[in-house]
Design a protein around this ligand. Structure first.
Ligand code: SDX
Length: 361
């Protein structure tokens, strides 16, 4: 049995290839370099959905804008019971209210849901009224507008688009596998997406970027990095933003997102300090991980510079995983449709290692 299904090929997919040895990510035949920083989220969502919905519009921007406006009505269910939950739990609860289905309209509502509900939850938990979507905006621009109010700059919208595109799909990661298992029972897209959100929440998966900010803030200054990291590893803690089940070299998304942070912060006075400090912490972490785990290739993963980028876009760290879901939801839906189109019920075997039944007296 492979612990954690490591290296087990559990599905064939046209969605993405994650080459862990070369550090390469390909999404529907396009390399990450070709997509990140050059494509809007709507375009990569269309790329992922292409061939799996027969009524897919050429331009998803207007259709997704209408879907945002449609799901906003569910925000009224944001009751006091959800106000003291984490943003991802509240966003999950609101998403679970959407009817299940396998059609494009359901898929568009689910693609819109993490964005609309996270914005409403973040504002409500800050004592501010939710902002209704503007269907005329692109998805990334409206996410920033609904979350922060006001009009985002072009650079901010481009930075968020880069992030959403970069994290939109990534092979059979834990949340996408969860979504495929649920889709394989023919439960429906809402069930698959809610399962994906639940798996993404974990700190070993999509729950890592928020704690990266905590780590940077606790370290505070570059000269404190070695001691803080040594103490963390001595406690048996995992360094958030490092290591990966598949990548044995640097996660290519780390550099795509680092470039996006630099571009976003060009000209701002806070950019050099924060990114250079993060680079110093990253260098210390890589050196110390190499000392402590010489036989394990532990490199920077997508979450380290995700944290810096989402911080620069003024998302609260408690909502970073929700923003991850805003991008990854396109991958979950695409994989769910692919599973239904050509896959069987996913049901592996297990080996029983429990006690034998007691012999009858
Ligand atoms: C994502 O799969 C995907 O594609 C996921 C993702 C996606 O796009 O969907 O890329 C997104 O989830 C990125 C990863 C985000 N998580 C983190 O940054 C949390 C910190 N990283 C880890 O906990 C860890 O690296 C995992 C969970 C990501 C991968 O772990 P594995 O492959 O299960 O490896 P392991 O837990 O068996 O660890 C092997 C060894 C262990 O040491 P020993 O017990 O053998 O001595 O490496 C050590 C681990 O302790 N190790 C780390 C470490 N990661 C692994 N030690 C310190 N810090 C770390 N970050």
């Amino acid at each position: 049995m492979s612990d954690g299904l490591e290296n087990v090929v559990a599905a064939e997919t046209v969605m993405s290839e994650v080459d862990g040895q070369r550090g390469v990510l390909i999404i529907r035949g396009r390399s990450l370099d070709d997509l990140a920083g050059r494509t809007r989220f709507e375009e990569v969502a269309r790329l992922l959905f292409d061939g799996f919905f027969n009524d897919l519009p050429d331009d998803l921007t207007a259709a997704l804008g209408a879907a945002r406006a449609e799901v906003f009505g569910e925000v009224a269910a944001l009751d006091t019971g959800l106000m003291d939950r984490s943003p991802i739990e509240a966003m999950r609860a609101l998403t679970a209210r959407l009817a299940d289905g396998d059609d494009l309209a359901t898929a568009l509502r689910l693609t819109a849901a993490p964005a609309v509900f996270t914005a409403a939850v973040v504002r409500a938990q800050a004592g501010e009224a939710p902002i209704a979507p503007d269907p005329g905006l692109t998805h990334a621009a409206d996410i920033l507008r609904m979350t922060r109010g006001g009009t985002p700059t072009k650079a901010e919208t481009e930075a968020l688009d880069t992030y959403l595109v970069t994290v939109s799909d990534h092979g059979l990661n834990a949340s996408t596998f969860a979504a495929r298992v649920i889709a394989s029972t023919r439960a429906g897209l809402t069930s698959a997406v809610v399962g994906g959100i639940s798996a993404l929440k974990g700190p070993l998966h999509g729950g890592a970027p928020g704690p990266v900010i905590d780590m940077l803030n606790e370290i505070g200054r570059p000269e404190n990095a070695r001691q803080w990291i040594e103490q963390a590893l001595a406690r048996g803690d995992r360094l958030m933003g490092f290591g990966h089940r598949v990548y044995r070299v640097r996660d290519p998304r780390a550099d795509a997102l680092k470039a996006a942070v630099r571009k976003l912060r060009e000209g701002s006075n806070s950019q050099p300090a924060r990114v250079e400090f993060a680079e110093a912490v990253e260098a210390a972490a890589l050196a110390i991980l190499k000392e402590h785990k010489p036989d394990r290739a532990l490199d920077t993963n997508v979450e380290f510079y995700t944290a810096l980028l989402l911080e620069a876009l003024a998302f609260p760290p408690s909502a970073f995983t929700c923003v991850f879901a805003m991008g990854r939801v396109a991958g979950w839906i695409a994989h769910a449709r692919e599973q239904v189109a050509g896959g069987r019920l996913i049901r592996p075997q297990s080996r029983y290692v429990g006690p034998a039944p007691l012999k009858a007296a």
